[in-house]
Write a new protein. Structure first.
Length: 361
């Protein structure tokens, strides 16, 4: 049940929604589409499902060209963030509806419905209609209907966004296991890097309609192919600063200089871009790292952590530091960074040296 996209693109009234894309998804795998809003995640899913026809290229299912095949004739299940249920039917009948269309035995339908309702914690509401449910319960009903369909391709477009934290964590762990056992191809769209890491499997990062990288999720996170992928796979986005390597020294744009043995030792002389994630900035000096003089713009306290938005030279950085920090906007702030957390990209944004800690992880 392999799904293959060959040079698939989508152009609408001269506006490119999906640039030419080659992608192969294997049976029994979970594949996360990660990117910000309007990156092309839903557009790519609709092409996979057959809801939209590509402008160029082909969609292959088990080697057969299904590009022009109707979505009704494909074994596809899709759940959107904006869930859809049949308002006149009970939860039981909503979940059972795809199996009845397939003509399954009544006992088999009943077994699957009750198993799915139990997993989604909907058993107490099984005789209610959707309008009698909370928003989270309605989303769980739509998810249960996708689960019982046993589709070869299951597309979930930010399906857990309306659920409470505890249930989201439970379903993140359980849903992939269910589809893996079924042999289905599982495609899950999200804007959250943390969610992609929790789901595991494979990850395709998207930016402005392009798939920038595809591979095992930990690999894409630790060794992003370029600065765009690194930006997508970081929340808040990765910080960047220009550096210049000359002989035995590396100079930062503000004039700060460190030995090349500390950073970029094996690189040829030239201009590079250093990137690091917000959680690797620190307000504590460990004496072994890099230090920068910045000015605080604003802080955001999340409870146990604090986001610090700072101006550095000509750019804006974001740091995520432990603890509640009561800092005044406009005050000078000295921040610190260990070289082992720094990625180096060339002037065009291609990765030339992953962070040493990432290679060892």
């Amino acid at each position: 049940m392999t799904l293959t996209l060959e040079n698939v693109s989508k152009v609408v009234q001269g506006d490119t929604h999906i640039h030419p894309t080659d992608l192969t998804l294997e049976p029994g795998t979970m594949n996360v589409l990660l990117g910000p809003t309007s990156a092309g995640k839903t557009s790519l899913m609709r092409l996979m499902a057959g809801l939209d026809q590509p402008t160029t290229g082909r969609v292959l299912w088990q080697g057969d060209d299904v590009t022009g095949q109707r979505v009704q004739d494909r074994k596809v299940a899709m759940v959107y963030q904006q869930f859809i249920n049949y308002p006149s039917m009970s939860v039981y009948d909503n979940i059972a509806s795809p199996m009845r269309l397939l003509g399954l035995d009544a006992d088999e339908i009943d077994r699957r419905v009750r198993e799915a309702a139990d997993l989604m914690q909907l058993t107490p509401q099984i005789d209610r209609r959707p309008l009698e449910l909370s928003g989270g319960q309605q989303q769980r009903c739509a998810l249960a209907r996708a689960l019982v369909k046993n589709a070869g391709l299951v597309l979930l477009d930010e399906p857990l966004a309306n659920l409470d934290y505890k249930l989201r964590e439970e379903l993140r762990a359980e849903i992939p296991k269910i589809f893996e056992r079924s042999g289905s191809i599982f495609v899950y769209a999200t804007t959250e890097p943390e969610e992609a890491l929790l789901l595991g499997g494979n990850c395709a990062t998207l930016w402005q309609g392009r798939v920038t990288q595809f591979g095992p999720t930990p690999t894409v996170y630790r060794q992003p192919a370029d600065a765009t992928t690194a930006r997508v796979f970081s929340d808040p986005p990765m910080n960047f600063v220009e550096i210049e390597k000359r002989g035995d020294a590396v100079r930062f744009s503000e004039g700060h200089e460190v030995p090349a043995s500390t950073l970029g030792r094996d690189l040829a002389d030239g201009t590079y871009i250093a990137g690091f994630r917000p959680n690797h900035l620190s307000l504590e000096d460990r004496e072994t790292g890099l230090s920068f003089d910045t000015r605080l713009v604003v802080t955001e306290i999340t409870g146990s952590e604090t986001y610090v938005h700072i101006d550095h030279d000509k750019g804006r950085w974001v740091g995520l530091v432990h603890g509640v920090r009561h800092l005044e906007p406009g005050q000078p702030l000295r921040v610190h960074l260990e070289p082992r957390h720094v990625y180096l990209f060339d002037a065009k944004g291609h990765l030339v040296q992953p962070a040493p800690y990432a290679e060892a992880a």
